[in-house]
Design a protein. Structure first.
Length: 139
């Protein structure tokens, strides 16, 4: 009866991000704490420990990576979101990455600097064309 519940909740946490206008680090930590609480509840219900809400945890971890890391701090932080796409297959759809870019760029101000966001979106479009089998709008 509860077999697909984890996948549904996982999908909802990712797709629901499209309805968030602005988020900050504190808000992302609260979201991740809620994901952890739901993971524990789903594990208790199903008795399965593997892969429960893994994708939504990975998605919200992207926020902390930022779109790009400057060279000065690059060695102290994990790869940025866009740099990770250069080296590995995307875990999410183009629209999901697009949503995350919008959230990352709007974090510290009411409206994103359009030139900064546009630069990242151009990079994301270029990456989508260079990655085989990953098309814009793919679900």
């Amino acid at each position: 009866m509860f077999r697909g519940l984890g996948q549904l909740v996982d999908h909802t946490f990712i797709q629901g991000s499209r309805f968030i206008n602005v988020v900050n680090t504190t808000g992302v930590h609260k979201i991740k704490r809620n994901i952890l609480a739901l993971q524990q509840n789903l594990r208790a219900i199903r008795g399965v420990d593997e892969g429960v809400l893994y994708r939504s945890t990975q998605f919200w971890n992207l926020y902390e990576r930022g779109p790009r890391v400057s060279r000065a701090v690059q060695y102290r932080l994990p790869e940025s979101m866009l740099e990770t796409l250069h080296s590995s297959k995307p875990l999410f759809t183009f629209d999901d990455y697009n949503t995350m870019l919008n959230l990352q760029c709007k974090a510290n101000q009411a409206e994103a600097h359009s030139s900064e966001l546009n630069t990242y979106l151009i990079d994301l479009h270029a990456l989508s064309m260079s990655i085989e089998g990953w098309e814009i709008g793919e679900s």
